[in-house]
Design a binder for this molecule. Structure first.
Ligand SMILES: O=C(O)C(=O)[C@H](O)CO
Ligand code: MG
Length: 260
């Protein structure tokens, strides 16, 4: 049975960020993820996890100036110092929360630019080496162009090939089903092919990125597929609720309280 993580960057936003941990736990989630914890102290984040008996499934490494459109540094040859600093910033949060995977964002760059590819490979290797002693994976996630125009990593097969070429045990794929459907389709077959390198899964409806209970994808089938494929990680509910978060949790009812 899949273990879902509420994405607190998109869900429960009827509440202030730190109160979303309590709301997610009250709704039956046993794990959470979010984009960035950096507006709060590691201690405050850890306390919300502890008092709600929540597991931290994932968060992103610092992306730069998100509001100004920065989406990470890893594929930016001119941003290697910022990339290294982002690792140092994230580590206290990783240690305080006990997270076991962090998302390294590539940034706005051209995948056909050799310098960007070389920079991304170096950044990924450096990040993996940095977090490996702490038992933390580094995941990379292809994003579709409609949501993130110009993002370097926009192809699942490119990401797959890079992970396999690097052949570093703690570098894995963040398989966001929403992006896979938009970029490529053929979701179940790509899950079957890539499952050995998958470190995290995320879900949302397509095309609206709402609750995983309507539109193009058959999520009850895909949830069973995750089980058939032996996926033992977390499934991040990375969607924008259509209305009040709790009113849209019917899809989650069979899975509430799952801890294994
Ligand atoms: O956009 C997504 O799907 C993500 O998961 C990134 O972490 C944020 O852009
Ligand atoms: Mg995602």
């Amino acid at each position: 049975m899949p273990r879902f993580a509420a994405n607190l960057s998109l869900m429960f936003n009827e509440n202030a960020f730190l109160d979303r941990f309590d709301a997610a736990a009250a709704a039956g989630f046993t794990a959470v993820e979010f984009l960035f914890p950096y507006d709060h102290s590691p201690e405050d984040i850890a306390e919300r996890l502890r008092r709600n008996n929540l597991v931290q499934a994932l968060f992103n490494l610092p992306p730069g100036d998100w509001a100004a459109g920065e989406k990470g540094f890893a594929a930016r040859p001119d941003k290697f110092e910022e990339l290294q600093q982002s690792l140092r910033i994230a580590l206290p949060y990783a240690l305080a929360t006990g997270v076991k995977r962090v998302h390294l964002m590539a940034g706005i760059a051209d995948r056909n630019d050799v310098a960007a590819v070389v920079a991304f490979r170096r950044s990924l290797a450096v990040a993996a080496h940095f977090f490996a002693p702490h038992g933390i994976d580094v995941v990379i996630e292809p994003l579709n162009k409609r949501d993130v125009a110009g993002y370097f990593l926009d192809d699942f097969e490119f990401a797959r090939d890079l992970i396999r070429e690097l052949d570093v045990p703690n570098v894995k794929l963040q398989f966001d089903v929403y992006h896979c459907q938009i970029l490529h389709g053929d979701v179940a077959m790509r899950l079957r092919e890539m499952m050995p390198i998958v470190g995290h899964i995320q879900i949302a409806s397509v095309p609206s990125r709402n609750e995983p209970d309507s539109e193009e994808l058959n999520y009850p089938f895909l949830f069973e597929e995750f089980d058939r494929l032996g996926y033992a990680g977390f499934v991040g509910a990375e969607y924008r609720p259509r209305g009040a978060t709790v009113d849209g949790l019917g899809w989650f009812a069979p899975y509430a309280g799952t801890r294994t």
